[in-house]
Design a protein around this ligand. Structure first.
Ligand code: 0X9
Ligand code: ZN
Length: 716
């Protein structure tokens, strides 16, 4: 096939030069590991028989008469495969007041036979939940609120077949003998949701064969029946590999889930991705399923059609080993995905999932009202429409409350403005009709906190002309998609226009031209963009005590092509004109939008007048689509002007009426002269009082009031 690609002049990358050899090495590694004594169960891949005996072992530890953490686990044979193998579900449901009434999280692994890390990861999640119950407060809370239904081996026949020797390792489907003599139905195309639509195949021998009818297969029917036997499955994950993806419905076509569901899919998908990345650094791209490719009749779409928030996970890796993932990656894969389960568990432990819309601003403008917006998505239970309330307080004072009003699908309230330097804290509260209260943030002792400050922009570079940027460096290795100043041509990965409002057209972009997805993106290495020196020194602003910030808008896509999510946009900051660099951010997640990035410079480097930013876009693995763009760079200062001293009237030694921040004898003589002339500036109080309120009558009380101000300012 390579010869064909070469002949056609198509760009390709060999990720695994010899899959057969990799399979042979895998078998050798498994056989060697098997000989070791006392190894962890997850150190190597396990057969059907080993899964079955491990189910029994887990029952011994966590079952009704368990030795380790009794009463958590029951197992259920939910059906038999085409070849008559038992399909086992683990039901984790601790005793206690809420036992048997909890909403459920449903996890299934191994629908596809060759995706071996799925079976192991699903099993690991079950074991870890049970091991930690009672000692880990987070897991305890999750299991006290949610039941887990877990099926680690959903396709035992296919799995058995993939373990046989002789070219069966990459088997995907079940082992249905089809009428035409071929074998297997794709168990992720056999569900009763857009059955036999796009992305499924009617050809029996195809890997994507959907089967003769929806739920024609006992394996999919067993999972369906387990779902249907539980009154409330609220969340679900169908666990696959590989590509490191977190996918949500719909997957059959280019239609988003309705709101507020879609917002929850996105925010929870992002949160799970972050939790995974925080564990071992592996990045899983969160995106809608159909953006991978349309597939109809899938497990996840069906669970969502039944009311569960359902995801499809694609576990490790991004293609270096693919399905033949080395056994030493089982545990890290399982561990990082357990973190996602914790996030999902936290979310569905509450009957309403609350999120704030929009980035929390760095500062608020003084004396200006602020509108805050939330979404509240019932995961189960019903929202009391009278309940949404915003609580806020200023400078740690008493909490005030105001209703969060429904505006379309969101809830909004206004926080009245406060003085520069004041700090406001706030949280939102929503209740179910039960009532159960849910707050955002969950822990109200960590309410959202923002300080009011003035800001002054001292530098704007909208990239409509080149202010002296360095576009590419001698050591850069990318062969296409080099940074340039241009008007981007839209592709599936590149923005259709710059960020500056019209008439702006230009931005810095990794190859502005190239009309198709993979043309003129970053390939074969990295390309570097550096700003000119930016003045963020204190002298750049009139704001006393002002704090410099840098802001830019970025576009970044790395989620298409052969190795989605593998690359990053690395951003660094320098305060010595580029001699040394400090990490500012590493962008790993893709967004088909311009995203604001704002940083307080002092959090990274001491502000100087030699600040530079460096943007390195890289296609490290090859084979992926990488597009980056930068626009609308700004430096601004936030802080509060120290209020002018009312006794400061003139510049030292001058009679110019221009305050200079110093109160001395010349201010006094300036006042005396104006007072003698009955000039308006001398009117500083109401006759007979020292209230500081001018009354258009200038007399002795004004003089004594000013004298008092001056004496205070000068210390006598
Ligand atoms: O194609 C599948 O069934 C899943 N990928 S896998 O490589 N594990 O076979 C992904 C299905 C996700 N859904 C859609 N893309 N619609
Ligand atoms: Zn799969």
């Amino acid at each position: 096939e390579l010869e064909t690609l070469d002949a056609l002049g198509l760009d390709y990358e060999v990720t695994i030069p010899d899959v057969d050899r990799l399979i042979a090495l895998e078998r050798q590694a498994i056989d060697e590991l098997r000989l070791l004594r006392g190894i962890d169960w997850y150190t190597t891949y396990r057969t059907n028989a080993e899964f079955n005996s491990y189910f029994t072992e887990l029952l011994g530890r966590f079952g009704p008469a368990g030795t380790e953490n009794p009463g958590l686990l029951t197992t259920e044979i939910i059906g038999q495969s085409v070849e008559g193998r038992d399909i086992t579900a683990l039901r984790i449901n601790p005793p206690g007041a809420t036992a048997n009434t909890r909403p459920a999280v449903f996890l299934n692994g191994g629908l596809h036979a060759r995706e071996w890390v799925n079976h192991a990861t699903t099993m690991y999640i079950a074991e870890e939940l049970m091991t930690r119950y009672g000692s880990d407060p987070r897991v305890t809370n999750i299991l006290d609120n949610l039941e887990f239904l877990i099926v680690p081996v959903s396709n035992p026949d296919g799995y058995e077949y993939a373990w046989q020797s002789g070219g069966t390792r990459l088997w995907r489907k079940n082992r249905r003998p089809n009428s035409g003599g071929s074998f297997g139905v794709d168990l992720n195309r056999n569900w009763d949701i857009f059955f036999a639509g796009p992305g499924a195949d009617n050809i029996q021998s195809s890997d994507l064969y959907h089967g003769p009818s929806a739920f024609s297969e006992p394996e999919t029917s067993a999972l369906r029946d387990l779902h249907n036997s539980h009154p409330q499955v609220v969340a679900h994950i169908d666990i696959h590999s590989f590509s490191q993806l977190i996918l949500w419905p719909w997957g059959y076509g280019f239609v988003s889930a309705p709101e507020p569901d879609n917002s929850l899919f996105i925010s929870l998908g992002n949160a799970m991705s972050q939790a995974i990345q925080a564990k071992n650094g592996a990045f899983y791209t969160p995106q809608q399923s159909v953006d991978l490719y349309p597939a109809s009749g899938t497990c996840s779409d069906w669970f969502y059609s039944q009311g569960a928030f359902s995801y499809t996970f694609e576990l490790r890796d991004t293609g270096s080993f693919g399905f033949i993932l080395p056994p030493e990656q089982i545990i890290p894969t399982a561990e990082e995905n357990f973190e996602a389960i914790l996030v999902m568990g936290d979310t569905f432990s509450q009957p309403i999932s609350v999120a704030q819309i929009g980035q929390t601003p760095i500062t608020l403008a003084p004396l200006t009202d602020t509108t805050v917006t939330f979404t509240a998505t019932p995961t189960y239970g019903d929202l009391d429409p009278a309940s949404p309330t915003l609580f806020y307080r200023v400078n740690g004072g008493a909490w005030q409350q105001t209703a969060l009003g429904a505006v379309g699908p969101v809830y909004q309230a206004i926080i009245p403005g406060a003085d520069c330097g004041d700090t406001v804290e706030y949280y939102a509260q929503f209740s179910t009709t039960d009532p159960i209260d849910v707050t955002f943030p969950t822990d109200i002792s960590h309410a959202i906190s923002i300080t009011y400050a003035d800001s002054q922009t001292t530098l704007v570079d909208n990239a409509e002309s080149d202010a002296g940027w360095t576009v590419g460096l001698p050591g850069d290795t990318a062969t296409t998609g080099l940074w340039e100043l241009g008007d981007p041509v839209p592709t599936g990965a590149q923005p259709g226009s710059d960020h500056t409002p019209a008439p702006g057209t230009l931005c810095f972009v990794t190859g502005a031209s190239g009309a198709s997805l993979g043309s003129d993106d970053v390939d074969d290495g990295f390309t570097t963009l550096i700003t000119p020196a930016l003045d963020a020194s204190a002298s750049a602003t009139t704001y006393l005590g002002g704090d410099p910030f840098v802001r830019y808008y970025r576009w970044y896509i790395n989620n298409a092509g052969a190795s989605p999510g593998a690359d990053i946009l690395d951003v660094d900051i320098s305060n010595d004109n580029g001699a040394t660099w400090t990490d500012l951010e590493a962008v790993g997640s893709s967004a088909t939008d311009w995203i604001e990035a704002t940083f307080r410079i002092a959090d990274f480097v001491t502000p100087t007048d030699q600040i530079k930013l460096r943007f390195i876009a890289e296609d490290a693995g090859g084979g992926s689509i990488v597009e980056a763009a930068i626009d609308d760079l700004e430096i601004f200062f936030a802080g509060c002007d120290t209020p002018a001293d009312p006794a400061d009237l003139t510049t030292t030694g001058g009679d110019n009426g221009t305050p200079d921040g110093v109160v001395d004898l010349s201010d006094f003589s300036y006042y005396l002269a104006r007072w003698s002339e009955s000039a308006a500036v001398a009117d500083v109080t109401t006759t007979g009082t020292s209230n500081g309120v001018p009354d258009t009558n200038i007399d002795l009380s004004d003089f004594s009031y000013y004298l008092g101000l001056w004496a205070t300012a000068t210390g006598g």
